[in-house]
Design a protein around this ligand. Sequence first.
Ligand SMILES: O=C(CO)[C@@H](O)[C@H](O)COP(=O)(O)O
Length: 236
Amino acid sequence: MSHPLLQPIVAPSILSADFANLAKECQQVLEAGADWLHVDIMDGNFVDNLTIGPPVVKSLRKHIPSAYFDCHLMVKDPFKWVKVFSQAGASGYTFHLEAVEPNPNNWSKTSPRVTSLCEDIRYHGMKVGISIKPDTPWQALESYISADLVDVVLIMTVQPGFGGQKFIPETVSKVASLRKRFPKLNIEVDGGIAPDTIQQVAKAGANIAVAGSAIFGSDDRQRVISILKETLKASN
Ligand SMILES: O=C(CO)[C@@H](O)[C@H](O)COP(=O)(O)O
């Protein structure tokens, strides 16, 4: 039952939207062709920034009942928020491997904590995502994907914490290795994704692109979304 989503998807990161007009901004990018809304949840602990919490997702869900809210939890304790985000209306719940298993020496093993978190997310009716930072090897995810515990893998192409950073090209080889190993896996990339960087990640095998500043900072959001989508389509 995993990987039912595999298709080109563009997910604007609402972190770069005008928060005072958030519902309108979300509706506008969806009308401009976006597939998902990417919601960056930061707790000022796992990363040095504080952003959106469950009440915001709940309000947005009320205004936009049909949207796919792709929630990216950059938080120290992702176990704590599963139920509350599910009740708020999150569609996908992506946590960081490094938050659950901070010791790199354990990344070659299967962590029962990671397994049980994946199961809990599914139990609460959300798609399961695991994210890794730029320096974390893709192999750390291998056993969870093989065990069919994961719907989406989120490869950070910048250090998590802030929008508007420069894309890290060294992350592209991780996408390529994952695609080679798992031809049907949903691979999402996030950070510095724009019309001038999408080509390399799409060619490497990413099928889901998150973009914040490139979309919300543009005068022609529809055009940016279309370039990202067409580039993903051409490579998938
Ligand atoms: O998760 C994060 C940052 O931690 C991202 O979702 C960024 O918010 C994407 O923003 P851009 O790099 O596209 O501006």
